[in-house]
Design a protein around this ligand. Sequence first.
Ligand SMILES: [Fe+2]
Length: 277
Amino acid sequence: MEVKLLSGALGAEIKGINLKDTSDNNFNKINDLLLEHKVLFFRDQKITEEQHLALAEKFGPLETHAYVKGLDKFPEIVRIIKAEDEKNQWGENWHSDVSYNVKPTKAVIIKSIKIPPVGGDTCFSNMELAWETLDEKIKEKIKDKKAIHSSLGAEFFIDNYKKMEGNGKKNYGEYSNEHPIVRTHPETGKKILFVNWTYTKRIIGLDEKESDEILKKIFEHQARLELTCRFTWTENTVCIWDNRSVIHFAIADFYPGRGLGHERIMDRIAVEGDQPH
Ligand SMILES: [Fe+2]
């Protein structure tokens, strides 16, 4: 096995592990790597939808998306499509997936199907390091507080994107839940800064102005480049991220003459998480 670290902060590209092998022994190896590096990449993985699902199921029960329709044959697989002429794409700012749910996603296993010749890299940021390196005064202020996370409605996930389709539920509405700002990782016991620019709206117990000011400082801190890694996709790459301990950012740098004019397709499977504590 070969482990190539992606940055000083997090992330590793792994060679020599067979993702089709769903034995406990092989899964434990993958999970240990995930807990250590927080996001893993495996290039040149020609796995089928069934094999993709079998790998994801080793991590736990699978989720279906609150807003988006999965594939007809495999409802747990959401095909994320950026059309050729679209300049935007899913996830184009810092977030942790569905942090507005009572039980936010534990892990995401995504496979690249079609990748533009340039553009559309993804960045990840290490929220364990973000907590460790956060300003002490801010830490003291927020360590026992909760924050409100809200989804942004169906249009955020469907209407803004030509090829994304709703799951047919009526009365989509918004989902909103409170979570501790600092959560404890259920497998490693480490403290994690669990807020994000996209979904976290308010710190409970502070007035609006102070909440806004502190959140702004935290969001700036989380985005500091020394906490991040950046991955340039190739087709048939499988990526697994620990959605509890990283935030991510899908860069929408699709400009004329460069990334624009190309389709980008990813198959995404999400694993159910637990309630942050
Ligand atoms: Fe995302």
